[in-house]
Design a protein around this ligand. Sequence first.
Ligand SMILES: *Cc1c(COP(=O)(O)O)cnc(C)c1O
Length: 435
Amino acid sequence: MSTLHDHAHIGGQQLRPESLMMSYGYTPAWSEGAIKPPIFQTSTFVFKNAEEGKAFFELAYGLRQQGPDEEMGLIYSRLNNPSLEILEHRLCLWDGAEEAASFASGMAAISTTLLALLQPGDVVLHSEPVYGGSDFFLKNVLRKFGIEAVGFRPTDTPAQMAARAAAIAPGRLAMIFVETPANPTNHLVDLEACAALARQYSTDEKPVRLVVDNTFLGPVFQHPLKHGADVVLYSATKFLGGHSDLIAGAALASKPLMKEIKAMRTFMGTMCDPNTGWMLMRSLETLKLRMERAAQSAQLIANWLRTHPLVERTYYLTHLEHCPAQQDIYQRHCLSPGSMISFDIKGGEAEAFRFLNALKLIKLAVSLGGTESLAEHPGTMTHSDITLEEQREMGITPQMIRLSIGVEDPQDLMLDLSQAFEAVGMVKERELEMA
Ligand SMILES: *Cc1c(COP(=O)(O)O)cnc(C)c1O
């Protein structure tokens, strides 16, 4: 039988993830020669005999150690399913992870991982802003279990971050949770500095884990495990799925950590379903193509926006000349600026709304990372549960617009943006005339 290693090498040479997404972890002979794995739309699996069923359960429940040549068998689709196992093997390749788990949503991946790795009395130090669902989970759900969340700003210097960690009661810090780039400001957090802090506060009895939500740039343009992260999380709804047609999530880490996370997934039932897993595998085949094309277009569009007379400022990862510290993190962590652009339109909320209402090709919707370009107003949509005061502190302005650039022709996208600016400009002129 061929091994995963055989699938990934030619003559000892490791193949790149994009070359492996069509075949890795699957052998056509398993399924009548079908070049694609079928969707294993099944809840349960038949054991060859009672002894085999017993052996599988012993491993699944950790009743004994796995033998050297023993493979974990299939039991029930809440624990494992071939559609998910093949997907999980493929997900590992992009981040260079030992093991992966797929989930029903990004929030399922985040909540299950945090519940698996935290205990009552623990403190989580986390970047701010984070995704609204993560923010609620950290501040409201974990509190019910006696777990406290302490925020830090991406603008904090390493010294300020160290001071925040030092202010936590000794022995209570258990996790540093980071989202970088931050949404919607594209502010970067220094993962290497966070990893050093996690190591500094780790003890044998209580390791401090660095957990990174890599949804915005990963898994093609940023690899947190290489910068000291212990766990990488994804909303696979975004770039991994990439077609705005499914909800899913993923977690990646070392084998021992994934064992804890997968055990929690089994008992919470937050796994991905086989059909969604199959859709994700189809999406992974074009992941790099989609992300590279969208990022190329986004660079053109961001540079054009920056010179537009109705744009006050852009928030984009190649527009960091004014901030050497951010530029330094960008150079260490990021392989591309990606396809998320925010910008401040001249004026306020009214101008932002007129602009959004005038868009034709670009759709007015939250979410991101799909083949179609989307635009939204963070202040009143994705980040509306944050007070105005806090929004200001986080750098979210009333005139901020967030764009997720898709795979359309960039000239057509600029044509659309251009006519939306004209619509704002025309209304402005008319108001002046009437005044
Ligand atoms: C969308 C998103 C999530 C939540 O993912 P779902 O798939 O919607 O549950 C988490 N983190 C980030 C950064 C996201 O953009």
